[in-house]
Design a protein around this ligand. Structure first.
Ligand code: PBG
Length: 320
């Protein structure tokens, strides 16, 4: 087999899978106010951006050929409350950023998370009664959040809340609001994970979170359950599904991609990103090589695409 490995051209010729710019979804963080990008301590190289900053990033995504941006808000603490009501405000950060991006750069797709955690005072994804999360009451709010986002220009709704039955309700709500073309990428297999830590810093919910999310996010020992989650989401109308986190769950990704044949995405989470970046900062890893190798691993496992904070850097690297 080493005959084929001799030269760069023959390695390229027989390569089975490769990452391409078309596989990338670039998550960005939007904040209030103007001015320069604001660094996020636990995510070196990732910033919180003003709405205008998001438009600049969208132009860069277009020029690099990155198909989709995923928008996440840093909501000021005084706008957070028990029920995450800011999520339903058409003038919230994500909605303003979506409208601004759609007006300036309509050729780039926009994905918005549906979950209340950037807006709640307790940092959970739904509404609480004491320390219990209420499924159906949460779903009702999530449907309204989805419609508000779709009306602001969001192309893909990404329910990341892990409530039962939310995809069907969101699909019905979008349809009756005249948003039949808005897609749903369901976070189908979303595990209760340590790898979301830096993201929670980025959106400002880390310090607020009371307890953990294990009563609604999946237990990391389970795979059959991921198959049931995905089957339900697809039956309820999901156009695409997702596995999250990515690298520690490639077995789940591979199984869902093979079993359903529905476009299956991976989320290379903040913790995975920061783990690599921390080692790079210490000179222990070659960042470009580690980034391309891990993103290729998602593709090899069967991913249709990857949400990655490395997206712009990967797109640059693939060009040169
Ligand atoms: C919100 C949400 C989270 C992430 C994406 N959407 C955090 C969480 O569920 O606590 C994590 C993304 C990342 O770590 O990069 N529901």
């Amino acid at each position: 087999m080493r005959r084929l490995r001799q030269a760069d051209w023959s390695r390229r010729l027989v390569r089975e899978t490769a990452i391409s710019v078309n596989d990338l979804i670039w998550p960005i963080f939007v904040r209030e106010g103007g001015g320069a990008p604001q660094p996020i301590a636990s995510m070196p190289g990732v910033d919180r951006l003003s709405v205008e900053g998001c438009v600049e990033v969208a132009k860069r995504a277009r020029d690099l050929g990155i198909p989709v941006l995923a928008l996440f808000p840093y909501t000021d603490p005084d706008k957070r409350d028990e029920t995450g009501s800011e999520a339903l405000n058409e003038g919230n950060l994500v909605c303003r950023a979506s409208r601004a991006i759609k007006a300036a750069v309509p050729e780039v797709g926009i994905l918005c998370d549906v979950a209340l955690d950037p807006y709640t005072s307790h940092g959970h994804d739904g509404v609480m009664e004491g320390d219990r999360i209420l499924n159906d009451e949460s779903v009702e709010l999530l449907c309204r959040q989805a419609v508000v986002q779709a009306n602001s220009g969001c192309d893909i709704i990404g329910p990341s809340d892990m409530m039962d039955g939310r995809v069907a309700c969101i699909r019905a709500a979008l349809d009756s609001a005249g948003r039949r073309d808005t897609m749903i990428m369901a976070y189908s297999a979303k595990y209760a994970s340590a790898f979301y830590g830096p993201f929670r810093d980025a959106v400002g919910s880390g310090g607020m979170l009371k307890g953990d999310k294990r009563t609604y996010q999946m237990d990391f020992g389970n795979t059959d359950e991921a198959v049931r989650e995905a089957a339900q989401d697809i039956a309820e109308g999901a156009d695409m599904i997702m596995v999250k986190p990515g690298l520690p769950y490639l077995d789940v990704l591979g199984r869902l991609a093979r079993e359903f044949g529905v476009p299956t995405f991976a989320y290379q989470t903040s913790g995975e990103y920061s783990m690599i970046m921390a080692a790079v900062e210490r000179g222990w890893l070659d960042g470009d090589k580690a980034m391309i190798e891990t993103l290729s691993a998602y593709k090899r496992a069967g991913a249709a695409g990857i949400l990655s904070y490395f997206s712009p850097r990967v797109a640059e690297a693939l060009r040169s």
